[in-house]
Design a protein. Sequence first.
Length: 372
Amino acid sequence: MRNPLDPAELNTAMENVHRAGMPGLFAEVRDGDQVWRGAAGVADVATGRPVTADMRHRVGSITKTFTAAAVLQQVESGEIGLDTPIGRYLPRLVPKERGDAITVRMLINHTSGLAEYLPYAYPSLKALPVLADTGPQSMDDNRFTRFHRTELIEMGVTAPAVGAPGGPLGVYSNTNYLLLGELLEQVTGTTAEQYITRNVIERAGLRHTELPTEPHISGPHSQLYEAWFGMIDPPRDYSVFDMSWTGLAGSLISTVTDLNRFFGMLLAGEIVSPSSLAQMQRTVPVVSQEGKTIEYGLGLLPMEAPGQGTFWGNGGTVWGGGALAMTRADGRRQMSIAVNLQRWNRLDSSGKPQPHPIDDALAALYRVAMYG
C-alpha cells in the first residue's frame, strides 16, 4: 500500500531534527505527481537567516553516482571495458601487477583494495579510522589548498593496500573515484568535469547542479557547520572551501529538487541504458569510512523500506554538509534531504561515536519521507 504525502507529518519530522540539535535542514519528497518541499531551522546561526528548500548545497559522495554514470556511458559506447584492468588505460598511475589486477568495475564498487588518500593529504586525520586520535587542524590548513587529482591518487596508490583486488569485502576509498576521473579524461579527450557536466548534469536537465571550480557556493545556500565529534565547539563554518581535495568523489553542488530529478531519470534508464543500470544495482559488501559494512553497487546504494521494496540512491558528507537522496525502484516515491551540520556525535572513552538525539530524529524523518 503506497502512502500519500502527509505534509503535517513531514513538517513535524523535520522540526524534530532541528529541535534535536541540527541547525538547519531542507528536503523534497515526491510521490507520483505529488510534491512536498520543506525546511526547518537556520542557514546561519549568527544571523538567524532561515534555510529554504531551494538552497544549493554541497552533497558529498552523491557525486560518485554522477561519475559512475559517466563511466557507464563510455562502457556503452565501447570506449571503456567494465572488467578491463585499469593498467591498460592508466599504466603510469596504477603500475605493474596492481594495474593488471584492478579492473574498472573494482574502482566503481570499491573492491580495488586501494587505500584512502585523505589521511595523507590531511595529516591531522592520519589516525583514521581511529577517530579519537584525529583532529580538525588540517581542515583549516587546507581551506584554500588546490590539490591536483594525480597528486592525491599517488598518495592512495602508494599507501599500504587495504585489501586484495576483487576481494570478498571491499573498503570504501575516494582514491577509486579520482582514478575514474583520470580514466574519463583519457578516453573522452576532454576534462572529466566537462564530460560529466555535458553528458550527465545537462542531459538530466539539472539547472542548479555543478562541479565547482572555486571555493564559494554560488546562489542561495546555507553555511556548513563542522563539529568533528565535538572537537570543534562551537561548530565552525566550512561553506567556503576549495573542493579539489575530493573532486569527482565528492565536490558536487546541487539542490534537493535536482537530486530527485537525477535519480528519477537514472532509475528510469534515461541517463544510462537499462542494462547499465542493472550493473549499477549489482551490490557487494563494502566497509564504509565509518567502519560499517554496507551494500554498494556501481555508485548506487540500496535502502530497504518495509512493505515498500527497495530504494536506490546515495548519501554524502563534506566538511559541515550532508545529503541523502533515495528513489524507490519503480521511481514513484523519492526523497532528498540536506543538512548543515556534520559529525555531531561526541566520542566515548574508546573513541566510538556516542548516540545523539539527531540520529533518531533523522531516522524517523527518513521513514516518514520514504513510506509515511
